[in-house]
Design a protein around this ligand. Structure first.
Ligand code: MF3
Ligand code: CO
Length: 264
């Protein structure tokens, strides 16, 4: 029995969990305006997850993480901790990362939001990050090797003169938050697992406008670009199907389909 393959009944629960994660991201957009602080954003998501969706946050208490979501602004690459002193302002780009547990099954997704008018560079960086994820989704089907995902993302990002963060990767997900396999966002031929129907994992490229190196702040969580350049990330939880993949955390405003067919 391959531990990375989910059963039909597990897949059903993952679909449900994924839909809830997507709904949090759909819900929060309208609140992301200049002057809101990131603790307020955390509280709105927390209440929605608990009281409306009867689910729990996978982040709260995870290795001591103190809040229910991650909010990562501008040069913050990932794992930004919500804080009432941190206030959104016009021109910011913000990643909201939502990880929930519903009926014991985890799903994980994130996307970028623009606060008012943002620079051309910001918009381009976010577009390239999103497209890199979408391009990898258009390749997924049973029989391909895992490193192909990283190869597609890296080639696309670097051909657009941005860089891929190497320290963090996507991951299998299911009854636990982080499972096998590691899903790298750059090419590494040792990553030669063959994709099979029923695998569920995240793809979550972090893309920097400048150099790929990152640094960890004193809070032990917040990761920033070393050179101070902007960073963007999009993340989905996906299921490998017979003929492609299903985006379990698909949201209404996506420019890809929920069910992606890659074999005709
Ligand atoms: N959502 C992140 C991931 O993709 C994990 C965040 S863990 C936290 O794996 F503790 F920082 F929330
Ligand atoms: Co993840």
């Amino acid at each position: 029995m391959n531990c990375m393959i989910k059963t039909e009944s597990e897949i059903k629960k993952m679909r449900k969990s994924g839909k809830l994660t997507a709904e949090v991201l759909e819900m929060i957009g309208k609140y992301l305006q200049p002057d809101i602080n990131t603790e307020e954003i955390n509280q709105i998501c927390h209440d929605y997850i608990i009281y409306e969706k009867k689910a729990t946050s996978a982040c709260l208490g995870y290795h001591g993480f103190p809040k229910s979501i991650c909010v990562s602004i501008n040069d913050v690459v990932c794992h930004g901790i919500p804080n009432k002193k941190q206030i959104l302002k016009e021109g910011d780009i913000v990643n909201i990362d939502i990880s929930i547990v519903k009926n014991n099954y985890y799903t994980d997704a994130s996307k970028m939001f623009f606060i008012g008018n943002t620079s051309i560079l910001s918009k381009r960086l976010c577009k390239v990050a999103r497209e890199s994820l979408y391009k990898s989704l258009q390749f997924i089907k049973p029989g391909i090797k895992l490193y192909k995902i990283g190869e597609i993302i890296q080639n696309y990002v670097e051909s657009n003169h941005f860089s891929v963060v190497k320290e963090y990767c996507g991951h299998g997900i299911g009854r636990t938050f982080h499972e096998k396999p590691h899903v790298l966002h750059y090419k590494n031929k040792e990553n030669d697992i063959i994709l099979k129907k029923g695998m569920i994992f995240t793809i979550e490229p972090m893309i920097n406008a400048g150099k790929p190196e990152v640094k960890c702040m004193e809070d032990g969580w917040t990761i920033k670009t070393k050179d101070g350049s902007l960073s963007a990330q999009y993340e989905h939880t996906i299921l490998v199907t017979d003929n492609g993949c299903d985006v379990l955390t698909w949201q209404k405003d996506e420019e890809i389909k929920e069910k992606i067919v890659n074999i005709n």
